[in-house]
Unconditional design. Structure first.
Length: 180
């Protein structure tokens, strides 16, 4: 009986040694390709630096607001495409406005733990003298990361009004892909 156990143990050692010998010692471990970022992996907010704030006081041209996503998970993940952005208005007549997308082509962005990427929203501000029915007064933004269904709710911190074009084919207020 003892010799049978010795033979089995010896065969296992030889087999294990053969398997180990089949893998070259210089082979580096294969890193997994990062998968997409999920809403739970991220945090989001409006960029608040002086160069990132939209010029809501002027009414002659478009201005930009920026929303960022930071990877707060312990893994590397990717984002590609457009975020979903629904603006909720402060006036009872505003309702919710789902922003149109620009024609820019999205690129895949890889975010390591703690890294941030943003996207811009082009806004078309209007004067206070614009008729009320033509103004949209933003209060909150519901921001959904690309390819996700759960959103962040961000309070609009910049004031001002936007020309109401929620039914327009080519509105002056629209969003760009993440990373561009």
């Amino acid at each position: 009986m003892k010799s049978k156990l010795t033979a089995v143990a010896f065969a296992t050692i030889v087999l294990a040694g053969t398997a180990a010998a089949a893998v070259p010692a210089s082979a580096a471990p294969v890193k997994a390709t990062p998968t997409r970022c999920h809403t739970a992996d991220l945090k989001a907010g409006f960029a608040m630096g002086d160069d990132a704030k939209p010029e809501m006081g002027q009414t002659e041209k478009q201005t930009q607001a920026y929303i960022w996503f930071t990877n707060q998970s312990k893994r590397t993940c990717t984002l590609s495409g457009f975020a979903g952005v629904d603006m909720i208005g402060a006036q009872k007549t505003d309702g919710t406005w789902s922003l149109a997308r620009s024609s820019k082509k999205p690129e895949k962005v890889t975010l390591k733990q703690g890294e941030t990427v943003d996207f811009s929203i082009a806004l078309l501000p209007v004067a206070k003298s614009t008729p009320q029915k033509d103004k949209f007064v933003p209060a909150k933004f519901l921001v959904t990361p690309p390819n996700e269904t759960k959103h962040f709710t961000l309070k609009w911190p910049f004031g001002g009004q936007i020309l109401k074009q929620d039914g327009a084919t080519h509105p002056g207020t629209y969003l760009n892909p993440v990373g561009l």
